[in-house]
Design a binder for this molecule. Structure first.
Ligand SMILES: [Zn+2]
Length: 66
């Protein structure tokens, strides 16, 4: 789990880690690498966010049912 890397929610590029955290733009609850990705990512944020939440919910349900 410690090797987890953040990726741009729009283009998928790895986000650089700075000493204070992740050097990235934040759009809602997601991160993108620059203002251009933020601009392109914004219109579909609700769709992507819903997908991520659905995935997380199904994972929790699986671990609970074990
Ligand atoms: Zn990007």
């Amino acid at each position: 789990m410690s090797g987890q890397t953040l990726q741009c929610a729009y283009c998928g590029a790895a986000l650089p880690i700075a000493f204070y955290g992740v050097d990235a733009w934040r759009v809602g609850s997601s991160f993108v690498c620059n203002e251009f990705c933020a601009d392109g990512f914004s219109p579909s944020i609700s769709e992507v966010k819903a997908t991520l939440e659905a995935k997380r919910d199904s994972n929790e349900f699986r671990s609970l049912s074990l």
